[in-house]
Write a protein of this length. Structure first.
Length: 295
């Protein structure tokens, strides 16, 4: 992408001087034609198999890279403009989410009845809306069953054995345990593990996310099911939205921004918003008609 020259030049009199600190590398752009590969990725990415969201992400990374380089003073662009700025973003279609109905939740949990820990893990994903790794990083101390009516799951950053982990949004949160989930938690007896994991791996260690996904996929294929952890998480948000809970509350419980929850779940709550358009409390249409007939 860039050619690299050393941070020194010769002035008109032949004397050598340093542009920056000695031996510091300075990156300068090669001629404009060599920017073609980036433009092809950004402007024709979808024609070459990239998803629009992925192409937009590449654009964002390149834009930040150029901006950072220009601010450092080592890269000089024509007119001091970021060359990625004029590349248009791909338009994204409305997200298509998949979630389980109440009947499908029963079907899913019944299919895993012979796998006690996996059974409870899937119930936790469905009824608490956790991300895959959030459940895998749970320790015994993260479940406070004395808090609230049924307990609380605390998703928080931690450093275990020199390995640091934190939630995706870098914010800790607490998710109340529902009465439905509490029934599954009460049946769960975590195996002993050195890290005190609530859902340890079959060998008693921290459950590697990829290994867990493989184990879940194998169990799902055997049961003839195809739902994933993401589907379970969307099930939590979708059912809360259809129940009429605010998108702000849903986003707080799921650790998302309200905007992300709006894109995912706003279309599921049209009936719950029916009275929102009224300026004052009014009678239903049938009651109003009946009252006029008796007047």
């Amino acid at each position: 992408m860039f050619g690299m020259v050393r941070g020194s030049q010769f002035d008109a009199g032949g004397a050598k001087h340093s542009l920056f600190q000695q031996d510091q590398a300075t990156y300068v752009p090669r001629p404009a034609p060599l920017f073609r590969p980036e433009r092809i990725v950004l402007t024709r990415g979808c024609d070459r198999g990239l998803a629009p969201r992925t192409a937009n992400r590449y654009r964002e990374i390149l834009h930040r890279l150029y901006s950072w380089s220009m601010k450092q003073g080592g890269v000089r662009m024509p007119d001091r403009l970021n060359p990625v700025a004029d590349v248009e973003r791909y338009k994204l279609s409305a997200p298509q989410i998949r979630f389980l109905t109440l009947a499908q939740i029963d079907e899913q949990l019944n299919a895993l009845a012979h796998r006690p820990q996996l059974h409870t893990m899937v119930a936790t994903y469905i009824y608490a809306g956790l991300r895959r790794e959030e459940a895998l990083w749970l320790q015994m101390e993260d479940l406070d069953l004395s808090a609230g009516p049924n307990g609380m799951i605390r998703i928080r950053a931690k450093d275990i054995g020199g390995e640091f982990w934190q939630p995706k949004t870098k914010r800790n949160r607490a998710v109340p345990v529902s009465s439905a989930l509490r029934r599954w938690i009460d049946r769960h007896a975590p195996r002993f593990s050195a890290g005190g994991w609530y859902f340890p791996s079959p060998k008693g260690h921290h459950y590697d996310p990829d290994n867990f996904s493989s184990d879940l996929a194998r169990a799902q294929r055997k049961a003839g099911l195809r739902w994933t952890c993401l589907d379970f998480r969307h099930t939590f948000g979708s059912h809360l939205a259809m129940k009429g809970e605010s998108l702000y509350k849903i986003s707080s419980l799921m650790g998302n921004s309200p905007e992300i929850c709006r894109r995912h779940y706003a279309a599921l709550i049209p009936e719950a918003m029916a009275t929102t358009v009224e300026f004052r409390q009014v009678e239903s249409g049938r009651a109003f008609t009946a009252r006029r007939q008796h007047a």
